[in-house]
Design a protein around this ligand. Structure first.
Ligand code: PEP
Ligand code: MN
Length: 352
């Protein structure tokens, strides 16, 4: 941590602040006196939020800057550090080569719907099945999912078509039951910051997809990942799903494509890009999805329904099976181009 003293402070004011810092644990303060500014560097493991507050409140202190991050566990420690999360059925997220596509209905609505949709997406190349059993809804009284019955349909389809199953868990009390069926536990945007839920999924051995909270800054999102990892579960995948927008008529959320690169800079955890919820309308999904591929997402998510017109939730953003098949053909083209571009960039070595 760096402490900048106010201009024109006396030597005794500086000494007083040094004493204050050194009265805490094993901390040491070094004084750097320049022509205009006096800066103190604090050396040692600073785990005391109280000291930071006291320093900020000291009349002779101008600014306090932290140079370490709060989210220690997901933080990337060196350029090559990358976590690869094994999500089952031979699928890995984050290896920098494969970019598995997770697809399926917003909600699991019937055995027929789940099986028909799963068969179709698998045929087109999806590698992870998604589907909601416990559904968070914005408006009370709306359909909230078929619960355990839905988990049974989803598990059957995942086994039959050899795909790991990603599904949301909303409440700590439901982590046990969802874990009995799911390969990947999803924390949705509405519950992403729920600390009891973070603790509960952190105590399982299941990979966790942590969606970005609707208004999360990068630090908030990474602090949530830290908390899950702090409970012992290191298999965390961060999912960018768009931020709240000021225009809720034309765009449901605002995708933050740059988040994929920023998170790769800040963290060693892989990033899934949710191309469906981040825009909310079928007409925008393909280009949004491909942008995620170009930006370097480690996995993509999209919602698919065998008959979107009859979907109980999110029909407006659910692709039908022919649309998903077309998307996957385009995806393979974009993925090839991206691989070629990265190879050519590495060969040129210009630092771009
Ligand atoms: C979902 O994936 O079905 C979902 C509800 O997503 P989000 O939490 O991002 O809104
Ligand atoms: Mn949905």
């Amino acid at each position: 941590m760096l402490v900048k003293m106010r201009d024109n402070v006396s030597d005794s004011d500086v000494t007083e602040v040094v004493k204050l810092i050194e009265s805490v644990g094993e901390l040491r303060a070094e004084v750097h006196t320049g022509v205009r500014h006096t800066i103190l560097t604090i050396i040692g493991d600073l785990n005391d939020e109280g000291l930071e507050g006291t320093l900020r409140g000291n009349p002779n202190v101008d600014r306090v800057e932290s140079i370490s991050v709060s989210y220690k566990l997901p933080a990337r420690k060196d350029v090559d550090q990358r976590t690869i999360v094994d999500v089952g059925h031979g699928i890995a997220i984050g290896n920098g080569i494969d970019v598995p596509v997770c697809a399926g209905p917003c909600s699991a609505e019937s055995e027929y719907q789940v099986m028909t949709t799963a068969a179709g997406i698998r045929e087109s190349g999806a590698e992870i099945l998604r589907g909601g059993a416990f559904k968070p809804r914005t408006v009370a009284g709306a359909f909230e999912g078929y619960g355990e019955q839905a988990l049974k349909w989803l598990r059957k389809a995942a086994d039959e078509f050899h795909m790991p199953l990603q599904t949301e868990v909303m409440d700590p009390s439901e982590v046990g039951i969802v874990s009995n069926y799911a390969d990947i536990l999803q924390l949705g945007t509405r519950n992403a910051g729920n600390q009891r839920l973070q603790d509960a999924v952190g105590k399982t051995d299941k990979p966790v997809v942590l969606k970005r909270g609707i208004n999360d800054r990068y630090t908030d999102w990474l602090n949530s990942a830290h908390r899950i990892m702090y409970s012992g579960n290191e298999k965390v995948i961060l999912c960018e799903r768009g931020l709240q927008t000021t225009d809720d008529k034309h765009l449901r959320n605002k995708p933050d494509i740059a988040a994929i690169q920023v998170i790769h800079d800040l963290s060693h955890l892989p990033v899934q890009f949710d191309a469906a919820h981040s825009v909310g309308f079928i007409r925008y999904i393909a280009e949004n999805f491909h942008s995620g591929v170009v930006a370097g997402a480690d996995s993509l998510l999209v919602e698919v329904h065998h008959n979107p017109k009859e979907a109980l939730t999110d029909g407006q953003q659910s692709l039908n099976l022919p649309q998903f098949d077309q998307l996957m053909q385009e995806y393979r083209m974009y993925k090839d181009i991206r691989d070629q571009v990265l190879a050519s960039r590495a060969a040129a070595n210009t630092g771009l």
